[in-house]
Design a protein around this ligand. Sequence first.
Ligand SMILES: NC(=O)c1ccc[n+]([C@@H]2O[C@H](COP(=O)([O-])OP(=O)(O)OC[C@H]3O[C@@H](n4cnc5c(N)ncnc54)[C@H](OP(=O)(O)O)[C@@H]3O)[C@@H](O)[C@H]2O)c1
Length: 243
Amino acid sequence: MSDSHPANSAHAIADGGMAVIVGASGGIGNALHSLIESDHRFQAVAALSRNSAIPLDLTDEASIEAAARATAERGIAVRLIIDATGILEGDGCVVEKTWRQLDAIALARAFAINAIGPALLMKHFLPLLPRSGKSVFATLSARVGSIGDNRLGGWYSYRASKAALNQLVHTAAIELRRTRPEAICVAMHPGTVATRLSSRFAKTGLEVQTAATAASRILQVIGTLEPAANGAFLDQRGRVIDW
Ligand SMILES: NC(=O)c1ccc[n+]([C@@H]2O[C@H](COP(=O)([O-])OP(=O)(O)OC[C@H]3O[C@@H](n4cnc5c(N)ncnc54)[C@H](OP(=O)(O)O)[C@@H]3O)[C@@H](O)[C@H]2O)c1
């Protein structure tokens, strides 16, 4: 798959319509927003974050509900929602090297931001997807959330909260199919990307992408998704990742 035409493949979902980026203030979210804006294929692009005009905080369900309501009130079919939020460390979250560092409050914080917040996004935003035609809800997960792929251990709360996210996405995808057979709900690993989140961990030896490259690859995969992909856990090249 070529990486050279990022925006073009995302058009396959858009026939006008609105794109919504949640976490548009983040490294990957901001790059996704820029790419989708510059593409002009969507009739409207909404960039949501804790600092947007309608602030959305994942730990405040009322703010998620209000943002979804404001999005619906624009009266434009929502064809694409990308959740680019997430946390690895800081803001109460810890990157544990050993079980000795496990802390109930830090674990709960990681789950609140990486799993429960996105679950509430699905609760309030999936109903906005049109009942017919292609539409996509993609949430950024992480390969380290794969249980089958876990060979190194460590990062307990990040791994476990992303595994929980993957299960939530898969479960919502099954429900989504009943009313919106052409809609697609996926969890995506963006690859290792040079952002605030990864700055302390992106080691030499790993392929570290710029946020612009990651965004381009994500949009390219989204552009090619078929309904059969609903509920999948995919990497930035569209390959299925082991649960
Ligand atoms: N970078 C990588 O190498 C990598 C690898 C695998 C997976 N991922 C995943 O990709 C996603 C995006 O990561 P990134 O690298 O772009 O990180 P980032 O630059 O740190 O962006 C994180 C985003 O999450 C938002 N966020 C955090 N807590 C929030 C809350 N309580 N309510 C609302 N928004 C909140 C941040 O908002 P504020 O600006 O308000 O803080 C920011 O928009 C994450 O899910 C991450 O796990 C990244």
